[in-house]
Design a protein around this ligand. Structure first.
Ligand SMILES: [Zn+2]
Length: 423
């Protein structure tokens, strides 16, 4: 593998330096802009400056050679649990949420949406404590339960599902609160879905539904054909109990009808919501997910889910083409949460970039029921850039060989960047 760092001597050459960072020679997949070709990507001031066939190396302070690698927009994971970190369910041990930065950049993710860990009463405290201090861009969907995803009886308490209060809080943080979530409901009625849709309508944001216990009194078909609005999201699409296939393993026609209405189907893999025996026939039968998401939490992070790239690799090995997989982890989810500046490499967009290596070999993937699928391709994250800063560099491809740095000088300590070494 040829990965070399070209520290540019542009100033010495007298050339005009216009860019902070130039990602050179990678295969760019930017589905929003219909780019699937070798391109250079130039970054300045934390923004994408240009994507073109050949941008001169002399125009950048730093140039990184990415030949043989894929360059995509920073990945957008719209179903995670990263707000709370103890307190919500009483103790750290019970809390299933994780610290975003520990999981995101190493798998190319630059934006996550917390899917309903907090509700209108708990959001501001969690924003102050976690969201405001995270390097990962954290956005949130408010749980329709005022106290958030508190587990057990709390999530069944329809008296704490206040659409007006939820919408009011959402409107206070436009662009940060990007949706309303309902989850884990066990009752026979539609109350949580209806209240969530009411809140979403008032705040002009989508609703994401984890359908909880499937009950005959409120069929899933009715959810996606009648209850949800166009743009609303059904997550945990390839769940074991979701009615996806007929007795012959063919995709049930109502799903295509729901998609035609504009309802979004999201993966939301999680610890119990992705089953190969559902996903493989459904996807091969043409029912692809609109967005790929992890449902990252403590019960999924070390199980079959693992991380965003592992979930994307599953979809890839099921038979979906790489650009289609990238689309569902970048532009589609950005569009779903009404953030058109994310999930793409358009000039002016935040410089969020994932550099991926497609490994070939024999790999195993595990679903939520412990079943294995063998695959031949696996995505690995080499480099992640977030707001123009390198935040993950697996093999140090943006770094100089230590042998070329000369004698160690104590004064160098002063230029140490605690987040990512000396610049
Ligand atoms: Zn979840």
């Amino acid at each position: 593998m040829r990965l070399t760092l070209l520290l540019c001597c542009a100033l010495a050459a007298g050339a005009q330096v216009r860019y902070d960072l130039l990602l050179k020679g990678g295969h760019v997949i930017d589905p929003k802009n219909h780019i699937d070709a070798v391109r250079d990507v130039a970054i300045v001031g934390g923004r994408i400056a240009a994507v073109a066939a050949d941008i001169p190396a002399a125009q950048a302070h730093k140039v990184v050679d990415l030949s043989s690698l894929y360059v995509t927009p920073g990945l957008v994971d719209i179903h995670t649990h990263v707000l709370t970190m103890s307190g919500l369910r009483g103790s750290l041990k019970e809390d299933q949420n994780v610290w975003a930065d520990s999981h995101t950049f190493r798998s190319g993710v630059t934006t996550v949406v917390d899917a309903g860990s907090s509700g209108w009463r708990s959001f501001e405290a969690q924003k102050a404590r976690i969201l405001d201090h995270s390097r990962t861009r954290i956005l949130a969907m408010l749980n329709i339960v005022g106290g958030g995803q508190v587990g057990g009886a709390g999530e069944q308490n329809t008296a704490d599902m206040d659409p007006e209060a939820t919408a009011r809080m959402a409107r206070r943080y436009p662009g940060i609160i990007v949706g309303v979530k309902t989850a884990h409901y066990q009752g026979p009625d539609w109350t949580p879905v209806e209240r969530a849709v009411q809140a979403g309508t008032l705040a002009h944001i989508p609703v994401m539904v984890d359908f909880g216990v499937f009950r005959p009194e409120r069929p899933y078909q009715e959810l996606v054909l009648k209850k949800l609005r166009p743009g609303d999201i059904s997550t945990h699409t390839y769940l074991a109990r979701a009615p996806l296939l007929d007795d012959h393993g063919r995709v049930l026609p109502y799903l295509f009808e729901a998609r035609k209405r504009g309802v979004i189907f999201d993966v939301g893999h999680g610890g119990g919501s992705f089953v190969f025996r559902q996903a493989v026939p459904a996807i091969r039968g043409g029912f692809l997910p609109d967005s790929i998401s992890t449902d990252l939490h403590t019960e999924s992070m070390n199980a079959g889910m693992k991380d965003m790239l592992n979930v994307m690799s599953k979809i890839l090995n099921i038979g979906v083409a790489l650009p289609e997989v990238i689309l569902r982890a970048t532009w589609n989810p950005a569009h779903e949460i009404q953030h058109p500046e994310l999930g793409n490499l358009s000039p002016g967009s935040p410089a969020d970039v994932a550099v991926l290596r497609l490994e070939r070999g024999r790999f195993g993937f595990v679903d939520s029921f412990g079943a294995r699928m063998t695959g031949t391709r696996k995505l690995v994250c080499e480099l992640t850039v977030h707001d123009g800063q390198v935040v993950w560099d697996l093999n140090g491809i943006t770094r100089e060989e230590w042998t070329k740095l000369g004698a160690y000088d104590r004064m160098e300590d002063r230029s140490w960047d605690s987040t990512f070494g000396p610049r």
